[in-house]
Design a protein around this ligand. Structure first.
Ligand code: GDP
Ligand code: GDP
Length: 440
């Protein structure tokens, strides 16, 4: 069992060179996650990639900035700096059809200053006849260009070989299903480090702030009652490097990287301050990515309480995170130790709910009953028919419903079904995804 960090591979390059095309190919499925909840729609910029049994995290730095053609050069320099800071291997993507541009030179110049491996990827080489263009790119001074066609999936296997061959020693490329990975997020001073230290207490087995890395998320591996945990701490949000000190956005990006690697996300909120914008962002991301979530209201000792205080706070959380009614709320004090033992208990619980599988027969019994009590919607005389359902994925649970016509589905009916499913099977702490398949 290793407590080392996953390799991180960052993709940089100008807009429209094909970064997100490559990202999506590597991720193996389309991963733009579009939720029904307004305000939480976004493109994913992190994904876990597997190649020949090795796992790594891929970041599309292009997704960090809104896409535009007149993107300012300084933004791209920021992307490159971020990649140099966070990644172990950097892919610089250029457009083989268009040739070298001034912005390419700019990025290349920045990247030449890193001692991390940089792979120069010449994309859009869709046929052999275009191969001559590739040689021009030697001029960027980043070594041998790697020709691919992201759109046609040509050269991607070789590129993955090359990426994996460039991983530095000592990183963890293995998947570890038995460890519950927990990200502790929250704004600076909310009490993340205090919670981490409190959880670890004397049970701390191995603490591993990886020396010499500039990554801010620090991994701590420990074991308690026979269960392995990996705590991914984002407390280091404060120790930002000079380059983007002022850019609040980047602290959210760091939190995102921690969330991406986690099974369970603790959203730590300072009870005195209440919910901040960063909390809303990070929670939205955790929800989008289908992580199990727990709200931890810390510094409860500082709050003057009466018999309505818990309800008042609960109402605030439920109002500010309407799409996350499934997430438990804990009121704790890392200082006085109040209810701190609930944290790991709840982590264990939501982690098992997140990974839970329910049988097709039990699910269909509940769906059948739900349909009997409350008829599915109809439109112009045609009624939605649900033939049957099956749980088709875990982490988060996904329910696939086989139906007569997708046009007849309705969000409010899906919510009704979700409520019935939760009443019967729980799934506490996790979102449930729905998918429809039409059967004629
Ligand atoms: P990004 O802005 O760098 O993320 O670029 P995108 O992945 O959005 O791609 C920009 C455009 O280039 C899109 O229209 C893609 O379809 C196109 N594209 C991406 N890869 C290739 C390729 O290998 N060949 C060709 N001909 N077009 C590509
Ligand atoms: P981080 O930046 O989120 O890691 O926050 P820290 O763990 O460093 O805590 C910030 C400050 O809040 C420190 O001075 C802690 O002693 C204090 N603190 C943390 N948890 C509690 C708590 O439950 N009650 C009180 N009163 N103070 C706390």
């Amino acid at each position: 069992m290793s407590d080392m960090n996953r390799p991180i591979v960052a993709v940089v390059g100008r807009p429209n060179v094909g970064k997100s095309t490559i990202f999506n190919k590597f991720a193996g499925r389309r991963i733009s996650i579009v939720e029904d909840t307004p305000g939480v729609t976004r493109d994913r910029i992190f994904t876990e990639v597997e190649w020949l049994n090795k796992y790594f995290t891929l970041i599309d730095t292009g997704g960090i900035e809104p896409k535009s053609d007149d993107i300012i050069v300084s933004q791209m320099r920021n992307q490159a700096m971020l990649a140099m800071d966070m990644a172990h291997v950097i892919l610089m993507v250029v457009d083989g059809k268009q040739g070298i541009t001034a912005a390419d030179r700019e990025i290349a110049e920045t990247l030449r200053r890193t001692n991390k491996p940089v792979i120069l990827v010449v994309n859009k080489i869709d046929s052999m006849s275009q191969y001559d263009n590739v040689y021009d790119f030697y001029e960027l001074g980043l070594g041998e260009p790697f020709a691919i066609s992201g759109a046609n999936s040509m050269g991607l296997g070789d590129l993955l070989d090359e990426i994996v061959a460039n991983f530095p020693e000592g990183l963890n490329t293995e998947i570890d299903e038995d460890t519950i990975k927990v990200a502790i997020t929250g704004k600076p001073n909310a009490g993340k480090s205090s919670i981490l230290n409190n959880i670890l207490g004397e049970d701390r087995v191995i603490v591993s702030p990886i020396a010499g890395t500039t990554r801010d998320a620090v991994d701590t591996y420990f074991e308690k009652n026979g269960q392995n945990y990996l705590l991914i701490d984002t407390a280091g949000l404060r120790r930002k490097s000079k380059v983007y000190e002022s850019v609040e956005k980047y602290s959210v990006i760091r939190a995102m990287s921690a969330v991406d690697r986690a099974d369970v996300v603790l959203i730590v909120i300072d009870a005195q301050e209440g919910v901040t914008e960063q909390d809303t962002k990070v929670a939205g991301i955790a929800h989008d990515e289908g992580k199990a979530c727990i709200f931890v209201i810390n510094k409860w000792d500082l709050i003057e309480k009466d018999n309505k205080t818990v309800k008042k706070y609960t109402d605030e959380i439920r109002t500010k995170f309407p799409f996350m009614a499934y997430a438990p709320i804990l009121f704790v004090s890392a200082l006085t130790n109040k209810r701190m033992n609930k944290i790991l208990e709840t982590v264990d619980f939501v982690a098992s709910e997140h990974a839970k599988r329910i049988s097709t027969s039990a699910l269909n019994e509940v769906i059948g009953e739900a349909v009997m009590l409350n008829q599915p919607p109809s439109d112009k005389g045609r009624r939605l028919k649900i033939y049957y359902g099956a749980q088709t994925d875990v982490k988060p649970p996904k329910i696939t419903l086989f139906i007569n016509d997708k046009e007849l589905t309705h969000f409010s009916y899906q919510r009704y079904l979700e409520n019935r499913i939760r009443e019967n099977f729980g799934f506490e702490g996790t979102s449930i995804r729905f998918e429809y398949r039409q059967k004629k």
